[in-house]
Design a protein around this ligand. Sequence first.
Ligand SMILES: C[S@@+](CC[C@H](N)C(=O)[O-])C[C@H]1O[C@@H](n2cnc3c(N)ncnc32)[C@H](O)[C@@H]1O
Length: 201
Amino acid sequence: MAGPTIAFWQEHFDRGTMPWDRGGPSPALTAWLPQVRAGRTVLVPGCGSGWELAELAKAGAVVTGIDYAPAAVAKARALLEERVLLAEVVEADVLAWSPAQPADMVYEQTCLCALHPDHWTRYAGQLHRWLKPGGRLFALFMQKARAGASQGLVEGPPFHCDVNAMRALLPADLWEWPKPPYAATPHPSGSFELAVTLVRR
Ligand SMILES: C[S@@+](CC[C@H](N)C(=O)[O-])C[C@H]1O[C@@H](n2cnc3c(N)ncnc32)[C@H](O)[C@@H]1O
């Protein structure tokens, strides 16, 4: 499998070197929260330490986080327990896992950019299958262009989520795109993410 492995992510959590981790929920989620009504099902792939799971659970959503690194799952479960919040945290590969029922929403924050682009088509298929028709994908597209791309190098994580690539990956016949420009959210790694809400057709 091309790209980072479970061991790669596990090691980052074990060492406590998580440059992506805000130590709290992303301001982009705070901006989206008013759209998340209580009782709605929300999936959070690559949930990491679980900051966003806690915020969504607090808003009354029925939340499921998915992460394949055991240390991430343990951290997220511990956070929820500490805050006395209910959310499911599943230890699974986002490329293989499926929910029992299609969800109302997916919150995609730094999972796509953690995957090697060789897996993006499969992941995009998962996102489409996970959602009900009319369901929303709250996506944060990581903007981390690298000089090596001009020589064809594929570098990451994070892998740059160029908007042209995103349009090809999540095509307009399967996803309703809002009109740009999109809001930029600064990322702790020094880059930024474009916040786009897509509707699953
Ligand atoms: C860059 S971290 C982001 C964590 C969290 N979303 C955040 O923003 O703080 C990427 C996370 O995705 C998880 N991940 C990467 N590939 C995965 C896969 N194929 N299946 C499940 N989890 C995966 C990693 O274990 C890690 O926790």
